[in-house]
Design a protein around this ligand. Structure first.
Ligand code: ADP
Ligand code: MG
Length: 246
């Protein structure tokens, strides 16, 4: 392992993902993808529809396995992990936020946020405090016991972020988290993401097709037809506006 790999949270080399059962020409969704993500970085992944963004996020988030290539997460070669080991690592170190908020209906904010704790090894006596802190950290203390139907889209996405945070993961993966939101709610969600990165040191990998959203990141990797087209630093990173903090 090189020094660079050792200090990176994510290190992928020659990642390839082909879909198909072998009977026909496979769809190559991702090929020759190599990069490292240092701890605490906020990385945006951009690219047109079908360029492989979600496929890449699924591989990085340990939800799917590559056809070939290597993946080190926190210095460990996870390509050799069993599915139980992957599930365990995912639960401890990874939080997900998706475009569709994926909250349970007829379930309060605090109970939605508590869900990942049931699958974790975190002692039960910590659950209430952890869930409450996570809800507070996204500025929704005043909505703690509300049901989903009483929340706006932006508030629902903030609940989803709180749920991703409740296990205190090392990395947060987000796939178009502002895709279903109006621009004002989208801005609040991005301010929260940036706050988590800058103040809580979370490593964030976020997919977006909007330049205004990507400008909250420090670095942008662009995909085209499954391959890396560019890997650039953001020079004029937007500052997080802290409006959401109540
Ligand atoms: N489960 C799957 N089976 C077959 N092909 C897939 C599957 N998932 C994605 N693909 C294909 O892989 C390519 C990349 O898809 P995706 O990663 O979803 O792109 P993006 O998120 O950038 O829109 C597309 O051609 C898509 O049709
Ligand atoms: Mg996608």
């Amino acid at each position: 392992m090189t020094a660079k790999e050792a200090e990176s949270v994510i290190s992928v080399k020659n990642l390839r993902k082909a879909y198909g059962d072998g009977s026909e020409t496979p769809t190559v969704a991702l090929d020759k993808v190599s990069f490292d993500v240092p701890r605490g970085q906020f990385l945006a992944i951009m690219g047109p529809s079908g360029s492989g963004k979600s496929t890449l996020l699924h591989l990085l988030g340990l939800l799917d396995e590559p056809t070939s290539g290597s993946y080190r997460f926190n210095g460990k070669n996870v390509t050799s992990y069993t599915s139980d080991e992957l599930a365990d690592l995912r639960n401890r170190e990874i939080g997900f936020v998706f475009q569709a908020f994926n909250l349970l209906p007829r379930t309060s904010v605090i109970d939605n946020v508590k869900l990942p704790l049931y699958y974790s090894k975190i002692p039960e006596h910590e659950w209430d405090d952890r869930a409450r802190e996570a809800v507070e950290s996204v500025g929704l203390a005043h909505r703690m016991h509300h049901g989903q139907s009483e929340l706006s889209g932006g508030e629902r996405q903030r609940v989803a972020i709180a749920r991703a945070l409740v296990t205190d993961p090392e990395v947060i993966f987000a796939d178009e988290p502002t895709g279903n939101l109006d621009s004002k709610s989208g801005k609040t969600v991005m301010a929260i993401m940036q706050h988590l990165n800058e103040e809580h040191g979370k490593t964030i990998v976020l997919i977006t097709h909007e330049t205004s959203t990507a400008d909250h990141a420090e670095r942008i990797i662009r995909l085209m037809d499954g391959e890396m087209e560019s890997d650039t630093r953001v020079h004029s990173r937007l500052s997080a506006d802290d409006e959401f903090v109540k």
